[in-house]
Design a binder for this molecule. Structure first.
Ligand SMILES: [Zn+2]
Length: 88
């Protein structure tokens, strides 16, 4: 079984699951509200993966948020978390 985590978003459990990139049509991640499932492409660098997880979790919680704002938050939060955990 591959990597998978469960997180509570707005009171409901969501799964975050790593899958081959080929199953995401080449994208880094995908968010399915109906299934409460985030899929993340395997094989990313740790820093890129962090950004992808943050991006998709924001989609999950704030699905109608402007995509430019999501991309801004992805960049900001992934950099801040990366700096906090001492990533290089
Ligand atoms: Zn997006």
């Amino acid at each position: 079984m591959g990597r998978e985590h469960t997180y509570v978003i707005d009171g409901k459990p969501w799964r975050v699951k790593w899958v081959p990139r080929s199953r995401l049509a080449g994208d880094d991640g995908a968010c399915n509200r109906r299934l409460r499932l985030v899929r993340i492409a395997d094989g990313q660098t740790a820093e890129a993966e962090l950004g992808s997880v943050i991006h998709e979790l924001i989609h999950a919680r704030l699905w109608d948020l402007d995509h430019g704002v999501i991309e801004e938050l992805e960049a900001l939060l992934s950099q801040a978390v990366w700096d906090c955990i001492g990533g290089t």
